[in-house]
Each structure stands twice: as C-alpha cells, then as structure tokens.
Write a protein that binds this ligand. Sequence first.
Ligand SMILES: O=C(O)CCC(=O)C(=O)O
Ligand SMILES: [Fe+2]
Length: 393
Amino acid sequence: LLEQGEDAFRRLFKYYKRRQPPPDFSGIVDFSRVQQSCKVLITPLNVTSISDKDASKAGLKPVCKWKAYSLEDYPGFMFISDPFLPGWQRYWAKQCLKIYPRKPNICNLDLHMSPEETKDLWEQSREQLRLKSPGKREVKSLLEKLRWVTLGYHYNWETKKYSPDHYTAFPTDLAYLSEQVAAACGFQQFKAEAGILNYYHFDSSLGIHVDESELDYSKPLLSFSFGQSAVFLLGGLKRQDPPLPMFIHSGDIVIMSGRSRLLYHAVPRVVPNLEGKAIPSCLEQTTTRNSCSDDTNYRQSGEGDWEICMKYLQDSRVNVTVRQVLGVGQSFPVESDTEKKADSKLYFYHQDSKEESDTEKKADSKLYSYHQDSKENQHKRQKLINEVVAKSL
Ligand SMILES: O=C(O)CCC(=O)C(=O)O
Ligand SMILES: [Fe+2]
C-alpha cells in the first residue's frame, strides 16, 4: 500500500493516457448510468432556488428534473448529468466555437500571431472545416489549432495570476447560465468573473493541477463540457493522492466547491461518446420553437453554422470553466513593478520573432509541467487548505 500511494495520480494519469494497449475503461464512474456504486449519492437540490422560467432562459430544464450527484468522500463536489433542454447544447457549443474565441478575448494563438490574424477564427476556418474530409491529413485550420481562450479577468499562464489590468467584459449569456447553475447548487451570489475554455482533441490531455489562482475559495468552480467525452481524474488535497476516475459527457456540469474546491484533478484522455455515434444524440437535438431565448444570436444562427460545429465536435471536446475571482468587497493585491512586467509579457506580440519562445510554447500547449511544489508553495498551499476546510465546516 505504501508503494501504491507513492505517486498513484501520475501512474493513473499515464495509464488512461496510454494508447497501446488501451486502458480498461470499465472501472470508471459513469454518472449517466448510475451503477448505485457505494460512492455515488443522489443529491436533492432546492427546486425553488431558481424559477423554471429563469432556468429555461439559460437553456436548462427545471431544477426538479436535474439529476445531481455527489460523492461520499468528496464533500462540495457535485456532478449534474446533462440538465440542458433539447437543442440548447448546440447553442452553447456554438458560442464556445464561434463567439467566445473572438476579440477582445485572448487565445493561445495570440501568443505568436497578431490580433488582426486572430480576429475571427470562425470566419477564417469555416470553409476549410466544411471541406475537410474525415481521416485525411490536411493543413489544420486556426480553429483546430485553438487550445484555450480566456474570458473576463484573463488568466496569465506564466504568472498563474489574474490581473485587474487585463479584464474584458464577460459574455453575458455564459454569466447568466453560470449564475443559474450556481444558485441551483446553493450559491446565490455567484459572479462569473473569469473563464477558461479548453479545446481538446482525441490526443489531448490536461495535466494534474489545482485551480488556486482565484482569491476567494468559498466560491464554486463551475465546469461545462460539450462534444466528445473525457476521462476526468479527481484527486485529493495532495498531488500524489490516488484519484477517482469518472466520465464527463456532453452537457455534464461539474461543480467543485467547499472541501473539494482545491482538489487536484486532470483530464488524461478524451474518448469517443459512449453511444458510438459521430456526435452524441444530445447534441443532435434541436430546440422547440417556443423556447424563450432573449439572445438574437440564437435565432439568427443558421444551419450552416451547426454543420461546421458538428464537423469540429466529431473529434473534439470543449470545456469551459467559470470562476469567481474576488470575494464580496475583495480587491486585487497591489502588484510590484516586476510582477506587472512579467504579467504583461504574455500579451506582447513578438513581431520580429518567428521562433516561439519557451514560455509561449509552454503556455500554448497548456502542457506546462506540473512541478513538485517548492517548500514555500507547499506551505502557502497548506495555509489555504486550512482556510477552506475551516470555512466549510
Ligand atoms: O476539461 C475539464 O474537464 C477540466 C478543465 C480544468 O480543469 C480547468 O480548466 O482548470
Ligand atoms: Fe482545473
């Protein structure tokens, strides 16, 4: 057991990432097929926390219809199995592909391209994607090279900080969705202040990490997924703690709050949806005419856009995590000049350098190595954990 505990997370991460021989997926928790495993608990939500009408404006079913789960050993962790109304996953997936990557939002491609060149990845990629034939090795469109987009307080991968100096308006529709979901889970005053979109393909993974850059851990972290499925590993407070593997499917929402807010986690693998179809059927549904959306984008969206989305999602997964960075009445700590410099570095467009710097490469692939924490960081982390635990008791 001592040996097993050594670096159980790394071993399991590599195991699920492995191609040959493929891993055994049978032991993975699948909330869409509740096996009444001893660990999975069905969680009742307060069905009056948000009105059915407000839920439907965000494309969500009435809360009484949601299937919400929690895990015995992970207080504060919640999993909502696809609570979206028919047709609405399409809407959100399209926003993630067509609208949110637009300027002024920041994406990995900005690290080595001019704002002019990354102005509208959707427009720049749609023809190429439309003509793409499956299985063929073709030049990748910009949309296919997209790895991440940041929203609101833009996350700086290098300094691992949010900065008050890099804020752009958070998309109102996504803020609304997040606030409804947070309220339904018992977090009434949630404010969507920062977002990270991750774009995955079948060969992508997201390393072992903890989201600790936000300044108020009493606020939940919300995660929405669309497209193909993923194996998600939920670890412990220590990096080495053995993780629990679970599937995340299209439409699923993960909430990390309370004691689970600072747990290590990772996505070792993206897997085809378990129905074995090109696109999971929940994404194929269209809305009924009378659903009440205030968003003109939605009504104007043509079938042509959806055709491009489908092409993209056949071998991709999009995940968006929404975070509240500041607590009520809280403000950013004052930064020193050196910190400010480091902070703005990533937003500088290197006009005369075609070579990617190491920093760019790292940030670009988001595969920055997750080094063993320094003594100082470990100490800081332990302090934070104590705070969170104290608050959630
Ligand atoms: O893709 C996911 O499900 C997780 C994403 C994540 O952990 C993050 O963006 O911090
Ligand atoms: Fe994360």
